[in-house]
Design a protein around this ligand. Structure first.
Ligand SMILES: *Cc1c(COP(=O)(O)O)cnc(C)c1O
Length: 364
């Protein structure tokens, strides 16, 4: 005769952990959708979903919450499980936040170029940082570290697209469309996002199709990323020698979470353009934004110019992925730009963008 286990298969620790994350969610507010009007584009309304205001400082707060819930409900995390993640920084900060909430040890495996501010944030949440020389090594090192500690490799680049509830549950797409309801053009002509994991573009694209909105999804891609080429030619074997200089976006390999058939259009953005747009947007919004937000704005402006030339009106929604505070020593530091050989080209891009946006140039 078989004995029937009358105890619940899932531990009370797991149910307590899920409850803690749900309580954290209940304490959180939605992020703002900030409008921007530019004099040269009277028929186009720009909007920025400000993801920098999450408790852990970036859009990765949403992802980390989803990844923890997914892993908990799959039974992959138990009391005391060491969590390991491969990250260019932001995800590690957000996961360290949730690991601390649940009392779990956390290791971040990151490229050595990761900004000091993010490292400090991870350590603030009791996370430990492990650095690799080549960005493409983060996966293997994470896997080994997890195996050695009998821990769990969270693997955002694989699970980002499936851990998020894409039909709703106040995901980023649902929130944007709800906040747009009373606007002149409530259904955006374009939604612009970068891709790191590809999770955000996947959620936006699926939601738009599920709700049968006419909005199109544009992914902006920085230098040294393979996503653009992959989107064009569907070659999954692509590899890039160097890592992206725009933290959070652009990958040296095709990530499993990047769903290319969801993306309607892609724009390649030069790094100097991203940094210039970051500076200009920070002036226009009177708040410092991160590098990938600059990439978003550069792409949004290109789409706006195209709409204008076709005589179209409408709205363009994009994201403030994180705040510029994280990049004071790098993107906002002229010696850093000079060291990377970018100072002159950023200056030229800023002159062009100043004309386009009617904003004063950088004052140094
Ligand atoms: C992760 C990240 C992105 C891109 O988001 P994904 O959903 O991973 O594609 C953009 N900007 C920053 C700062 C990020 O950390």
């Amino acid at each position: 005769m078989h004995t029937i286990n009358t105890h619940s298969l899932h531990s009370s620790w797991i149910s307590g952990a899920v409850a803690k994350i749900e309580a954290d969610y209940l304490r959180s507010a939605d992020t703002h959708l900030i409008p921007l009007k530019l004099p040269l584009f009277p028929d186009i309304d720009f909007y920025f979903k400000d993801e920098s205001t999450h408790p852990s400082g970036s859009l990765k707060h949403r992802l980390a919450r989803s990844l923890f819930l997914y892993a908990l409900c799959n039974g992959w995390i138990q009391e005391g499980t060491t969590i390991v993640e491969a990250s260019s920084g932001s995800t590690a900060v957000s996961e360290a936040y949730f690991a601390r909430l649940l009392g779990l040890p956390f290791f971040a495996v990151m490229p050595k170029s990761t900004s000091q501010d993010k490292i400090q944030a991870i350590e603030f949440y009791f996370g430990k940082c492990h650095f690799v020389n080549h960005p493409a090594d983060v996966y293997e090192v994470s896997r080994k570290l997890a195996a050695a500690s009998d821990g769990h490799f969270m693997d955002q680049f694989t699970y980002a697209e499936r851990a998020t509830d894409w039909r709703g549950n106040n995901n980023i797409a649902e929130s944007i469309f709800r906040q747009m309801q009373r606007e002149v053009h409530p259904v955006p002509a374009w939604i612009v996002t970068g891709a790191g994991t590809g999770g955000t573009s996947a959620t936006l694209g699926r939601f738009v199709r599920y709700e049968r909105y006419e909005s199109r999804i544009c992914v902006v891609d920085p230098e040294n990323s393979v996503f653009y080429e992959y989107w064009k030619n569907n070659d999954v074997s692509l590899c890039s020698e160097h890592g992206s200089r725009i933290e959070g976006i652009g990958r040296p390999r095709v990530e499993p979470s990047f769903i290319r058939t969801i993306v309607d259009h892609m724009i390649r953005v030069p790094d100097a353009g991203s940094f210039a747009a970051m500076h200009i947007l920070s002036k226009l919004l009177h708040r410092k934004v991160g590098g990938s937000t600059g990439t978003n704005f550069w792409g949004a402006l290109q789409l706006a110019e195209n709409m204008k030339s076709l005589g179209q009106s409408g709205s363009i929604v994009t994201l403030i992925c994180d705040s510029g505070e994280r990049y004071q020593d790098t993107y906002y530091n002229d010696s850093w730009l000079e060291e990377k050989g970018l100072l002159a080209s950023v200056g030229r891009e800023m002159t062009d963008l100043s004309v386009l946006t009617g904003s004063p140039g950088k004052t140094v």
